[in-house]
Design a protein around this ligand. Structure first.
Ligand code: ZN
Length: 375
């Protein structure tokens, strides 16, 4: 099915025969998950957070292989820089390229294993990522070895291609060692301090609501502060955004600047129901306590309180930094601009990737102390 799906719907030209119109309408109306493949298992996988993110990027074909780059208009050379024979797709880089094949064999994958060698990328990732038994005796479950394997194959490959290093001949042994080390540290209960990995992501606002994320931060060592914000609809789509260079300040004040700019923007857009999220808990607390006064920031504080009264429905929440990445990015952009304030009508290029990840509901992992998890 995914062969004839394109981003916006069905591409009928990809089927070699003609379907009656009424059948087409029926097919077209059938609800299908936009991503077409389940990636939920990735966030449950027992592996390092950065590897989960890598798995997710693989599943969405957004790692830097030639085929992906060419499909995005970056470059025109599709062939694998190592074997120079086949197109460098994700599955080629991670499984089918000669050297990767050798690593898989050393890890115990048999040449005759059809489920391993013949599947397409999505199936391959999921089948391996969920498989309990191991190919070699006395080894961790395959689903734990596998993520470390594709991660290491990818890293090693990049070292060969970009740093002209020789492939590591002990890679398979290293992969097993890393898997065991990870099992020992994270999966055992013997440690005194227990950490828990919590998955957080940006959530779309409910139907009929818009969401404003703002952020403020001090940029680098100069002490210059910036703020930024983004407004999105209930589909996760872009409505508006801004970025401001504030001047010398601290992050507390920068957060308030960001909030006020965001509120003004939403008022100008005639938004009636607004859900506001920022990652500074102190700021959220201030607005939940109407008695709070602070002479230094009272002009901004009062503005914000007044602006908040203009909405029919308003909710104000704290979110984790990992769920506020777009606003963070916009705040940091302020440093590179010559203007003090910019409002964006469409997403700036630097923001496109993060927005896309939010849109698809990508989780970020946050390591929390176990007793801090109750929120
Ligand atoms: Zn190759």
């Amino acid at each position: 099915m995914k062969d004839i799906m394109v981003n916006s719907g069905w591409d009928w030209d990809r089927i070699p025969f003609e379907l009656p119109m009424d059948i087409k309408w029926m097919i077209q109306a059938t609800p299908i998950a936009m991503t077409l493949f389940a990636t939920g298992w990735i966030w449950k996988a027992k592996t390092l957070p950065k590897i989960k993110t890598f798995l997710w990027r693989c599943a969405h074909e957004s790692i830097g292989v030639k085929a992906c780059l060419v499909s995005r208009g970056l470059g025109d050379e599709e062939n694998c820089p190592i074997c120079r024979v086949e197109v460098e797709s994700v599955i080629h880089a991670l499984r089918d390229c000669g050297w990767a094949k050798a690593v898989w064999r050393q890890l115990g994958v048999d040449n005759t294993n059809q489920a391993f060698w013949m599947t397409d990328l999505q199936e391959w990732l999921m089948w391996n990522g969920k498989m309990n038994r191991s190919f070699l005796p006395d080894q961790p479950p395959w689903k734990m070895i596998y993520p470390f394997a594709i991660w290491n194959i990818w890293k090693s490959r990049n070292n060969v291609v970009f740093n002209r290093k020789n492939p590591n001949p002990r890679l398979a042994a290293d992969i097993i060692a890393q898997t065991k080390e990870f099992m020992y540290c994270v999966c055992s209960n013997r440690g005194l301090t227990r950490y828990i990995m919590k998955e957080v992501r940006w959530e779309k606002p409910p139907e009929g609501w818009s969401k404003l994320n703002t952020d403020g931060s001090v940029l680098g060592s100069t002490g210059l502060a910036g703020c930024g914000g983004i407004v999105r609809d209930s589909q996760g789509g872009w409505i508006a955004g801004f970025s401001r260079r504030i001047g010398l300040s601290n992050s507390f004040v920068a957060e308030l600047w960001g909030l006020r700019d965001g509120l003004i923007l939403c008022c100008n857009l005639n938004i009636t129901s607004i859900l506001i999220e920022l990652d500074a808990k102190t700021i959220v607390d201030i607005f939940q306590n109407s008695n709070y006064e602070n002479n230094v920031v009272s002009p901004i504080l009062d503005d914000c309180r007044q602006l908040m009264c203009r909405f029919q429905r308003i909710q104000f929440k704290h979110c984790f930094r990992q769920a506020n990445r777009c606003a963070d990015r916009l705040a940091r952009m302020a440093a590179d601009r010559n203007l003090d304030f910019i409002s964006f009508e469409s997403p700036p290029v630097d923001l496109v990737n993060v927005m896309e990840e939010d849109f698809h509901g990508m989780y970020m992992t946050r390591l929390c102390l176990e007793h801090d998890v109750a929120f």
